[in-house]
Design a protein around this ligand. Structure first.
Ligand SMILES: [Zn+2]
Length: 134
């Protein structure tokens, strides 16, 4: 599953998918471009959930915490809100992104609220793990 390059990016940046998260999804296999900041990686991982790109999710998961298998939930991702960003810039080694992701499933509307940790290695950002605040 994927999304047309000229469709609205699922992360709701206002850009097209091809100009926003889609270029990172394509860049995983092509060797670039890669997300330059932890927030950009977070957005692209949310969009990967939205378009069903499990390979991108595994490829941007740090090897120390990457699951062997990744089953994507059968939900429709509706919106991503970035709540807080700590570091995670192009010259940082680590970063934290707090977000709320909204979805709709057969059971109704729901949301995931997580404080995610990211690290940058060899010029690429990786998702490490996250906590549910509160
Ligand atoms: Zn995007």
């Amino acid at each position: 599953m994927t999304a047309p390059d000229d469709s609205r990016c699922p992360c709701l940046s206002g850009e097209t998918y091809g100009a926003c998260c889609g270029r990172f999804h394509a860049g995983l296999a092509a060797g670039g471009p890669h997300a330059a900041t932890a927030e950009a990686l977070m957005r692209s991982r949310y969009s990967a959930f939205a378009v069903g790109d499990a390979a991108y999710l595994r490829g941007t998961w740090h090897p120390s915490t990457r699951p062997d298998h990744l089953e994507l939930d059968d939900v429709t991702w509706r919106r991503l809100d970035i709540v807080r960003v700590v570091a995670g810039g192009p010259f940082d080694e680590a970063g934290v992104v707090e977000f709320v992701a909204h979805y709709r499933s057969d059971a109704g509307m729901g949301q995931v609220h997580e404080v995610s940790r990211f690290v940058r290695e060899d010029g690429r950002w990786f998702y490490v793990d996250g906590d549910q605040p509160g």
